[in-house]
Design a protein around this ligand. Structure first.
Ligand SMILES: NC(=O)c1ccc[n+]([C@@H]2O[C@H](COP(=O)([O-])OP(=O)(O)OC[C@H]3O[C@@H](n4cnc5c(N)ncnc54)[C@H](OP(=O)(O)O)[C@@H]3O)[C@@H](O)[C@H]2O)c1
Length: 313
């Protein structure tokens, strides 16, 4: 027979657990985005250059521009030289006095030979901040074997989403740990928080980025280096195909303004307060309910995309 004091203990424990979960959720939304004082990025970085991948559009361009406005020299890496030239001009106008360099590189590459010239160039730069932002997504969710673009697309997506944070972090962390200062920001995705069916390689790749970030944080804990993982929900960019901003889907500039204020305050976050509210609510739900909500949303997106595709044919 269970005695009254055991029942009381279980009841109070359950209440304490619920209170703790709610307190953590509120803290995760309020502290990094509203309460914690933003840290001095120059002090944390310890060097003048910020290297940003995927820097000519969306989130990467916003990081590059805002870091330039904070008086970091910026090193832009992206695929298309004409877009790099245009972005360089825009940043030089927005942040007079900063130095902007560009390097055209296709992160679909995976060989040592392809990466070597880029790495040689980066080794000449004193990297204070590295933003591993470049990424690739699917046009619409689909089961693995039927993904548009077939095996080549799956290979490209795995490479582009996973390899740059490994190789570029290795280059940057070497000099950062010697200097005992530096910031690495890895742009993952909230897709990495759940095993999202039909987003297979994208979701798994972003999980890899989150996992890698945690491991690097532990490895360089004593080296004065900050490793932050950002896991956004929807941001209005070319990738998401969202043209109008909303409360839950901000433009990249608004998103990055908030994400940057969290550097050094929190190891891993979504990057935007309304995204954090969504993530915390999802976290409070049982896994089964969470999976059902995500799967219903995914199937609705897939059905709409297939309808649009059929209409276009
Ligand atoms: N937007 C969202 O809702 C969202 C949500 C969660 C996570 N994210 C993550 O945030 C990151 C940025 O996404 P975004 O929405 O800002 O993307 P975006 O607006 O489409 O911009 C992508 C940038 O990456 C460059 N790029 C693309 N493929 C490349 C390649 N193979 N080699 C070199 N550069 C390449 C593009 O330059 P070119 O045009 O020259 O190729 C462009 O500068 C990604 O890692 C993405 O997974 C985005």
């Amino acid at each position: 027979m269970v005695c009254q004091c055991t029942l009381n203990f279980l009841g109070y424990s359950a209440l304490a657990l619920i209170a703790y979960r709610i307190f953590t959720a509120v803290y995760n939304v309020l502290f990094p985005y509203f309460i914690g004082a933003p840290l001095d990025l120059h002090k944390k970085a310890g060097a003048k250059w910020a290297v940003v991948t995927g820097a000519t559009d969306g989130i990467g361009k916003a990081y590059a521009t805002q870091l330039a406005k904070k008086k970091f020299n910026v090193y832009l890496i992206s695929r298309t030289q004409s877009k790099l030239d245009e972005t360089k001009k825009e940043i030089e106008t927005a942040a007079p006095g900063v130095e902007v360099r560009t390097y055209a590189f296709d992160f679909g590459a995976s060989t040592k030979a392809a990466y070597e010239p880029l790495i040689k160039e980066l080794e000449k730069v004193e990297i204070g901040i590295l933003v591993n932002n470049v990424g690739m997504s699917f046009e619409y969710p689909e089961v693995l074997h039927a993904q548009e673009g077939g095996l080549q697309r799956l290979a490209d997506m795995t490479t582009i989403n996973c390899l740059p944070p490994v190789l570029l972090s290795a280059v940057a962390l070497k000099q950062m740990s010697e200097r005992k200062a530096g910031i690495v920001i890895n742009i993952a995705s909230a897709a990495g928080y759940n095993e999202m069916s039909h987003w297979n390689v994208y979701s798994a790749g972003k999980r890899f980025v989150l996992h890698l970030s945690g491991i690097l944080r532990a490895e360089y804990a004593g080296a004065g280096v900050t490793v932050q993982a950002i896991a956004p929900m929807l941001v209005a960019t070319k990738m998401s195909k969202i043209k109008r901003a909303s409360f839950f889907g901000p433009f990249a500039d608004a998103f990055v303004a908030q994400a940057l204020r969290t550097v050094g305050l929190v190891h891993e976050t979504t990057g935007y307060f309304s995204h954090q509210i969504q993530a915390e609510i999802m976290n409070l739900l049982p896994q089964m309910v969470r999976d059902k909500i995500i799967s219903n949303q995914t199937l609705a997106v897939r059905a709409a995309a297939l309808r649009k595709k059929a209409k276009a044919q």
